[in-house]
Design a protein around this ligand. Structure first.
Ligand SMILES: [Zn+2]
Length: 371
């Protein structure tokens, strides 16, 4: 607007401001967008707003479009990478000896996923970052059981295909957002394992401190909000979580795991799904699940740290002691995800706790009536 008039679009009811919101704001002629103080602005949306001179405000103060809307307890998006100009993807990286080995590994992992019932129909996708701007990935519309090295594709970090006969998976953007946000991530595996996906469709996470292998290799998992698969908005939902979590439950969809190798990323899918399944089985026994002590959990987290694996319970000084246990709900197999400050929505007053108290009270009263 040339007359200096401010036109504000209010997006403060949204937890995540994604690219399509930024585009809508521009199309509506906004000069300012009001965002949720605890919300997240995805890096591409932030860049877009900045490029078009649209201010971001929380209502009380204008925040620089170069930072997240909040640094408080809500998960924050990864800081926008400095506008790095990437060199064009090199298609020759698709036929090196390393690439051929990676292709075989991807095919082997595809068979593992299918054999474990983690991918259905043409579902799931696998990728490996072979160069600074080059990613090998699975094609669209193929069962992961049937993959051969000739079926794979090479894309750049914008998702543009530069080699391979088949068209790339439409969900590659989910993988690419992880590679842009986490330099350590070399491979990502997305699948729909039934037990972990059962948690994802409830928006709940499994409790921690119950099985050592889960603590060391996965630990706390996050839940990202639902978006339509294959869209940029869907890909961006994981950005706030992937630095501190190698496994994210995708609401009403499945999971994504990242690791240093394709095989390891698939291992994490196995670890999280088996853990969820085991908890479900234990819950049928009708007796409380015992938790590993905080001291022993700290031992496990120290092992995890020495392996270079991420965990939201780490900080610069070591392990956040207050986040070691799920003492609020030790016998529940499904918890609401913790916010970044380590508090659980179930540990505070609120509608969820009210519902829980009512459920328990009703169960006790019914049991007393029956006896
Ligand atoms: Zn999927």
């Amino acid at each position: 607007m040339s007359n200096g008039e401010v036109k504000q679009i209010d997006l403060s009811s949204q937890n995540v401001l994604a690219m399509r919101d930024a585009e809508s704001a521009l199309a509506a002629g906004a000069t300012q967008v009001k965002v949720c103080p605890r919300g997240v602005i995805t890096p591409s949306a932030r860049d877009f707003l900045r490029e078009h001179g649209i201010e971001v405000t929380t209502g009380s103060a204008t925040v620089a479009a170069t930072s997240s809307a909040s640094s408080a307890s809500a998960p924050t998006a990864a800081p926008a990478p400095a506008a790095t100009k990437r060199s064009p993807a090199d298609p020759r990286l698709f036929s090196t000896p390393e690439a051929e080995a990676v292709k075989k590994e991807i095919c082997a992992v595809g068979k593992k996923l299918w054999n474990r019932s983690y991918v259905d129909g043409n579902g799931g996708n696998i990728s490996f970052r072979i160069g600074p701007n080059e990613v090998i990935c699975t094609p669209t519309l193929m069962s992961k059981l049937d993959l051969t090295p000739e079926d794979l594709c090479l894309v750049d970090l914008d998702g543009v295909q530069v080699a391979g006969k088949r068209p790339r998976t439409s969900e590659i953007f989910l993988h690419l957002e992880i590679y842009k946000a986490v330099p350590e991530a070399k491979s990502a595996v997305h699948c729909h394992p039934p037990h972990a996906t059962a948690y994802a469709i409830t928006g709940r996470v499994p409790p921690n401190n119950i099985i050592p292998e889960f603590e060391v290799f996965v630990g706390k998992v996050a839940v990202s909000p639902y978006e339509t698969p294959g869209t940029a908005a869907f890909a961006q939902t994981v950005i706030p979580y992937v630095r501190e979590h190698n496994t994210v439950l995708l609401s009403n969809h499945g999971i994504i795991c990242w690791a240093d190798t394709v095989t390891h990323a698939e291992w994490y899918a196995e670890v999280v799904d088996t853990y969820c399944w085991t908890l479900m089985n234990a819950s049928m026994l009708g007796v409380p699940i015992s938790q590993i002590s905080e001291k022993h959990t700290a031992d496990l987290l120290n092992i995890k740290k020495s392996l270079g694996l991420p965990d939201s319970r780490f900080d610069t000084e070591g392990i956040r002691e207050c986040q070691l246990s799920d003492v609020d709900m030790p016998n529940s197999i499904a918890l609401l995800p913790c916010s970044k400050d380590g508090t659980s929505p179930l540990s505070s007053d609120g509608p969820e706790m009210d519902r829980l108290v009512k459920t328990v009270t009703d169960a006790v009263m019914n049991a007393m009536k029956a006896s």
